[in-house]
Structures are given as C-alpha cells and as structure tokens.
Write a protein of this length. Sequence first.
Length: 298
Amino acid sequence: MSKSRSDNEDKRVEPVIGSIPLRGGDADRSMSRSGPSRNAKWLPVALLLVVALAAGGVLWYREQASAPSAPVAVAPPPMAPAKTEPAIRHPIEPAAEAALPALAKSDVVVFDALAALLGKDAAGRFIVLPDIVKRVVVAVDNLPRETLAQRLSPVKPVPGPFAVANSGGKQVIGPANAARYSAYVRALDAVDTAQLVALYVRFYPLFQEAYRELGYPKGYFNDRLVEVLDLMIAAPEQAGPIALVQEKVMYEFADPRLEALPVGQKMLLRMGPENARKVKARLREIRALVATQASRSN
C-alpha cells in the first residue's frame, strides 16, 4: 500500500466518540511485555464486528480527473485543470425501509439489529457502546494505517495474555495465542453472510454520514470498505513460528517486513494461520456479495 496521502486524507479531523477525540499519541504501536498492545488485543475482534456489521473492506482511491484547457482564440493563459468529484466505484443502494434514526441516536436500533443477528449474549459480550457506527467507521479507516487506539474500538478486547514461546533460542508468538481468538472466529462462522450484507445495506446511510464527519466530505464509505477487505485478504501468510524482538518494553516482529505492515494485516498474523484463513475466506465471501449488491444498484 502506498504511504502517500491525498489532500482529503491530510485534512482528516479528529474523530470524536462521545466527548473523546482521537490523538496520535493515544495509539499503541506494538506488543507489550505482558501481552500485545491494546491494538493487538481488540483489532481481531474489531475486524469481526466490521465484517458482521459492514461487510465491506480498504485502500480508498480518490481519483480526480483533469479537464482539458478550454480552446483559445488569441492565446490567453490556459485554464487550470478542473477537479472532478471522486468517482464512486462500489455504489450501495439503500434498502427501501422505514426512515433511520439520526446518527447520534442510532445505538439502540443498531445494537438490537446486531443482537438479532449475533445473539443477544454475543452482542453484549463483544460490542462497545456508545457510538457503534462511528466506532466501526474509525476502525475501518484505520486498519490500513500504522496504529489504532483501543478506546475508539467498536468491540471489547480479546481476553487473556499474549502468548510468547521459545523456539530455537528465539522468542516467537506462542501456539496458545490462537486459542484466544477461537470464540470470535466461531461467532463469525455462525452468522449468515447474506444477512450480514443486508444489515450493512440497511444502515448504510449512517455509515456514510459518519465517514463524512470523520473528515472525508466527498468520500464514499463503501469504497473504503471494499478496499479494506482487499487489504486484509492480501495479508501475507507466514509459515512456521513468527519471531519477535523486545528491544524495550514492547514486542515487535523480528522481520522488518512484517513489522512494517499495516495494523490490520498484523492483526491477522497474530491470530494464527488457521484463524486467519477462516477469516479471509469469510471476507472473500462477503466482498463477493457486496460487489453483487453494488452492481444491482446501477
């Protein structure tokens, strides 16, 4: 993924969840001595909620076409190229249902819909209130980036300490670490994919509003989601134990190429190869349904 940012990205506003704005210093960057960073502990769960609620995925392209200079008769200075609105690549046609609540008052309706889909107990165990939609949008937008703060998470952290083992005299992610994510992966497997997509389509206007409030007034959230899915699906798969280093308090991946990955792809590495394969399979399935829905809306 390119590290360059468009003008719109540079003008992003600090997302506000309740009364708490996100600041860069609040984001955790790696894994602590006693376990992973806050990012590492809740991002896997956040992805599952994003999949369940948003069915989408990331690397949002803001393509701008330049209009040719106007014809001139006597050679005046050429006109500056005109910028066009970013093209919507994956349009979503909102479901024809009753009017949605205002974004600021949407928690009850969205939570009840998730509870009906995931089960009331699972929804209560996973989901963080308030501002469910805003939290999901912030999580999606940050998965391709370097860090993401836990306090803006839409879901609660994975339980238990980060498991580290020794292999050939090196510290590696322990095999027991994958078990921490098993309940969340099982919950994802139990949800009907078509219902996930239908839920996302139903609430799409709220996601779009929250995305624009985040600092993308001309952006289209479904494009961002689709590109996030593509990013997550493209995450590398690592054979064998993944080596760690601990220069100070935090663990980091020993391989600089892995350490340089976006936070979302690192999350898939931490959950273990089997869990990651199951999640990727569901992401591919969801993306296909979202693309089909988008094509029908044209």
